[in-house]
Design a protein around this ligand. Structure first.
Ligand code: 4AZ
Length: 285
């Protein structure tokens, strides 16, 4: 995650600094605006589709091996970010992570609650572009089914939940401060869907970090302070009871001028319809 953090977060800032001529350090006062505020603890029963991705082999046991979030979209199917399955995060290809698991229905990572279920197969979106972060999703097939009560419906294109101004909630075990202060217990924050124009302005065209409205969704608060951060990646952004986004990338955390960028979940729905089960497993329907 650290290497992804550097790649995904620092480069857009560097590009912005180059474009404006404002020195990078002046443009990014670390202490003032990299702190995520406004998150609150929640019990996983309030968001039973939120799961932790875990590998104790790769990430150690101090937080049960948690390194990303995920979302239950079928009893044996978890949706996460493609970049969570990247070699720059895992160190090796996901197939070579022997203990890749999904931790479900557990609020406190170090408790014994819920289920730990091995991941049987990983399918990264064939359209994922690690350079632009476009189509940042992957599907995990679980070795055992989760309860139906953990499954959340994905919002298709045109669903009113995608409209700017819609209230939404994001949840995860990610960084609380932007300084590597990872949560042990599940947290959430409320924010709003923002216009594509807002993120196009925040992330102008560049070799990396450009906002692409077709496959990305912009969310945050006009004043900043409510945001996902490193370690939340792959986790759910939910509005009107449906899944609309996956935590994907952004510049810093909680900065007013840099909203969070999410994978647009309607793209996952579209890919599933297009391929009629080839790219997306049937049990995800
Ligand atoms: C990350 O590195 C990450 N503030 C996730 C979300 C955001 C930034 C970084 C959005 O996983």
């Amino acid at each position: 995650m650290r290497r992804f953090f550097v790649r995904a977060l620092v480069r857009p800032l560097a590009l912005a600094a180059a474009a404006t001529g404002i020195p990078l350090l002046y443009a990014t006062p670390v202490a003032a605006d990299s702190v995520v505020i406004g998150s609150f603890p929640i019990d996983v029963s309030a968001s039973p589709w939120t799961v932790a991705l875990s590998s104790r082999d790769r990430f150690g046991g101090t937080r049960a091996g948690q390194f990303c979030g995920g979302v239950v979209i079928g009893r044996t199917t978890v949706l996460t970010a493609a970049h969570c399955m990247g070699e720059d995060v895992l160190g090796v290809s996901p197939q070579r992570v022997g203990d890749l698991k999904v931790i479900a229905n557990r609020t406190d990572l170090l408790s014994r609650g819920g289920q730990e279920i091995p991941v049987r197969a990983v399918r990264v979106s064939p359209d994922y572009d690690s350079r632009t972060n476009a189509e940042d999703y992957a599907l995990l097939t679980l070795a055992e089914p989760l309860p139906q009560s953990s499954v959340i419906e994905m919002a298709a294109a045109g669903d009113p939940a995608y409209r700017p101004g819609t209230g939404a909630m994001v949840s995860g075990w990610g960084d609380l401060t932007g300084g590597g202060d990872y949560a042990r217990s599940l947290r959430a924050t409320r924010l709003h869907v923002l216009s594509d124009a807002r993120c196009e302005k925040a992330y102008p065209n560049g070799a990396e970090g450009a906002y692409l409205a077709r496959s990305m969704l912009c969310a945050g608060e006009p004043a900043g302070g409510h945001d996902a951060c490193q370690g939340d990646s792959g986790g759910p952004l939910v509005a009107q009871g449906k899944l609309i986004g996956l935590v994907s990338w952004g510049s810093g955390c909680g900065r007013a001028q840099n909203p969070g960028v999410y994978t647009r979940v309607s793209e996952v729905v579209r890919a599933r319809e297009r391929s009629a089960g080839a790219a997306v497993p049937r049990d995800a329907r």
